[in-house]
Structure formats: structure tokens, C-alpha cells
Design a protein around this ligand. Structure first.
Ligand code: LLP
Length: 387
């Protein structure tokens, strides 16, 4: 999908360098075809599921509009994401609301509009959801976000269903919370939500996810509560390298058998990263090149302000020159912000003659790039383009 033609880097056929004539760096560019291709693959792997794209991964409005037009739904966690989802044209009946601290304003707006599901994060949230439903005079569709205590292989920041995590209802309280929902007239019981954590690549973790769903549903059924809906959350990872990514079909083959005999009528997935990460790059411009301490430091105009992932998670993103050059040598690509965490990539091969004004592309930046960009050092937010 990223290829060189005549030494020029192209994203799905679109040359990157000309884009920088009209837009200030740093900027993000996404390939719509790449996103839609992945959305289709996901949908094909889970034909009986509907997809609620996680807006936290990418909320570029033209991209969201295209996903809504392609029939996807949305997963939102804030009033801002809720408004973006509506502006993009996602029907409320295809929007789910997540989060461990949903505001009353979000609860009311979502319930009034008739969202598919409020995913309850805690027993303590119940009275607030009931109040919101009363305030707007509409029943709220509610599922319980289960925390099964999963120890999955990912960065600790991305483990959100682990023991001790502040997300979800522990298995030990699941039945009690679900029964309360089922007998509260303002609420309509939907089923469970089980987001296992993000950036999961190993089948071993997918098996733990499937087993956890089975265990939760079995408990509920034993207590006399059918579970018509399972929302599996997001979580399918990408390699961030040349290695191929696991596919949604691989995931389906592991997950679905765990619940096949449990009477589940509806499946929902909330993929974020898998759909958009590979489809986007961050384009930055070289400001200065310094040789010191036996290294070559390439300083560019967007760092942890534009792409926080390397600083926050130690994430490794490939960095490629927008115009190919030879020979290549190792470089450390650093941002312009005044702290040592502001390193975009260490020891990546880049042309030896790279100099001020040259453009670099930071790969696989379509998920959690622009949405986590910030104004550190009083820098403006990066622009976003869709091709
Ligand atoms: N659903 C829920 C309830 C979530 O919390 C998340 C992600 C998703 C779906 C989407 O997960 P995905 O398919 O993207 O793995 N900022 C981090 C990722 C944080 C993910 C948080 N929750 C990063 O840059 O890697």
C-alpha cells in the first residue's frame, strides 16, 4: 500500500510529496480505499455482526462519513465523539456508548436519540443511567461491560480488562448488576460487552477472550438471564512492521466457536486500530540534522505533539523518506519539543544526504495519531487529509 514509484513515496497510489505543497507539515493523510477494504474484510469474517467503529482511533469527519455510508456504526466515549458520530451520519441505533466516566449530558443525549447500547461500566453507574432515562422519557438499552481479569500480551496501558483495572464490572458482580438491569423498567437488557484490551496479536489472547465471554454468558444463563447480544469490543492488532497482520477471519475462527451454542443473536465489534492504522501516515519535515555522540539526529517539525505513541508506549513506527535516496544509514528521528521523550524513531535507516526541508513519512499512524495529538509547546494540531 506504501510504495515507491520513480523514487516518490505513494500511499495507495497517491504521491505524498505534492500534498505538502498545499498543507503545512506535520499532517496526516489517510487512504479511504485502505480503510474500506479492511472494513469489508472484517464484515465478511463476522457476517452476523455489525461494526461500531471506535472513534477514539480516528475521528476525521470525511473518513467517518464514508464509514457511515458503508453501513458501519460507531463507538463513542464522549459528547465530542457523540457529536462527531451524528455529524458523520451514523444512525443512533448503530451507535454504542462506552466509558468509565460518561457525563450526564452524554447519557441523556444518547438515550434520547435511541442508541443501540449504553455499555455500563459499573454498578455505581446504574442510578445515573436510570436518572438520564427518566429525564428524557425514554428507555435505555443497556449492556454490561465485563471485566474478566484477562492478562493479555500488550502494553500495560492497553490492558483494560485485567484484574485491578478501573474498567468494567468484575465477573463476581456481573449477575447482580445484570439482574438489576433486567428488572428496572427504565432499562432494556441487551447483553454483555467484553473489550479485552488493545493491540492483541496472539491467538492465545484471543482464546482467553473467547473463554471469558463463554464464562460470563454461562453465569448469566445459569441465573436465568439470556444473553441476546455480545459486544466483543475492539482489540485486533497490527504488526507495525512488514510482517502481515492477523486477519479478522483468523480471529473469527477462534472466537465464534466459544459462544456458538449459547443463544447469542447479535454480535457487535468495535474495531479501531485494525481498520485505520495501516491506512494513514504522518508527514513531517526535516528542520535540522545534527551529528553528536556518534549518532545522527534528524530533527523534524512534528514529534510527541503530533504522534504521541512512541513517547507514551514506546511504540515503534517505521519512518521512510518521502523521496528515496541512497545510501541509507541509521538515524534517530526526534521531534521539536523540549524533552527527551520526544523521539519518534530510533535507529531507522534513512538517506545519508537527508537535510532541512526534506519530508519523512511515519508509517501506520492512522489510528491513535491525530486523535491523541496535542498542543504541547504551543504547536498547532496537525491537519488531516483523506485521499
Ligand atoms: N472499544 C473500547 C471499549 C475500547 O476501549 C477500545 C480502545 C476500542 C473499542 C478499540 O480498540 P482497538 O480496536 O483500536 O484496539 N491509544 C492506544 C490505544 C488505546 C485503546 C483504548 N481502547 C494506542 O495508541 O495504541
Amino acid at each position: 500500500m506504501l510504495t515507491y514509484h520513480d523514487r516518490q513515496l505513494h500511499l495507495n497510489g497517491h504521491a505524498l510529496a505534492p500534498l505538502a505543497y498545499g498543507v503545512a507539515t506535520p499532517f496526516y493523510v489517510y487512504s479511504l480505499d485502505a480503510v474500506l477494504q479492511r472494513a469489508r474484510a472484517f464484515q465478511q469474517a463476522f457476517p452476523r455482526a455489525w461494526l461500531a467503529f471506535a472513534l477514539k482511533a480516528n475521528r476525521h469527519l470525511p473518513l467517518l462519513r464514508a464509514l457511515a455510508a458503508a453501513g458501519l456504526g460507531a463507538d463513542v466515549v464522549s459528547l465530542g465523539e457523540w457529536r462527531a458520530a451524528l455529524a458523520a451520519g451514523f444512525p443512533p441505533a448503530r451507535i454504542v456508548v462506552n466509558g468509565n466516566a460518561k457525563s450526564d449530558a452524554l447519557l441523556r443525549a444518547a438515550i434520547a436519540a435511541g442508541v443501540a447500547s449504553i455499555n455500563l461500566d459499573a454498578a455505581e453507574e446504574l442510578p445515573r443511567v436510570v436518572d438520564a432515562a427518566r429525564a428524557v422519557g425514554r428507555r435505555a438499552a443497556v449492556a454490561v461491560r465485563v471485566n474478566p481479569g484477562l492478562d493479555v500480551h500488550t502494553h500495560p496501558h492497553l490492558q483494560v480488562a485485567a484484574r485491578g483495572s478501573h474498567f468494567g464490572v468484575p465477573l463476581t458482580r456481573l449477575v447482580e448488576v445484570a439482574q438489576t438491569i433486567a428488572r428496572t423498567p427504565e432499562l432494556a437488557w441487551q447483553g454483555i460487552h467484553l473489550h479485552p484490551g488493545s493491540q492483541l496479536l496472539q491467538p492465545e489472547d484471543w482464546h482467553a477472550w473467547g473463554r471469558a465471554a463463554r464464562a460470563a454468558i454461562t453465569r448469566l444463563r445459569a441465573a436465568g438471564l439470556p444473553v441476546p447480544q455480545v459486544n466483543w469490543g475492539g482489540g485486533l492488532g497490527i504488526t507495525y512492521t512488514e510482517e502481515p497482520d492477523p486477519t479478522p477471519a483468523d480471529l473469527a475462527a477462534v472466537l465464534l466457536p466459544y459462544v456458538a451454542d449459547l443463544g447469542v443473536e447479535r454480535h457487535i465489534f468495535e474495531p479501531g486500530r485494525y481498520l485505520v492504522a495501516r491506512a494513514g501516515v504522518l508527514v513531517v519535515r526535516v528542520v535540522q540534522v545534527k551529528r553528536a555522540w556518534g549518532r545522527r539526529f534528524v530533527a523534524v517539525d512534528g514529534g510527541m505533539n503530533a504522534l504521541l505513541r512512541p513517547a507514551l508506549y514506546g511504540a515503534r513506527h517505521r519512518v521512510w523518506p518521502v523521496v528515496q535516496g541512497e545510501p541509507n544509514g541509521p538515524a534517530t528521528v526526534v521531534g521539536p519539543n523540549c524533552e527527551s521523550a520526544d523521539v519518534l524513531a530510533r535507529d531507522v535507516p534513512l538517506p545519508e544526504d537527508l537535510g532541512p526541508g526534506d519530508l519523512l513519512a511515519v508509517l501506520d499512524a492512522g489510528a491513535y495519531g491525530a486523535t491523541m495529538a496535542n498542543g504541547y509547546n504551543a504547536r498547532p494540531l496537525p491537519a488531516e487529509l483523506l485521499v
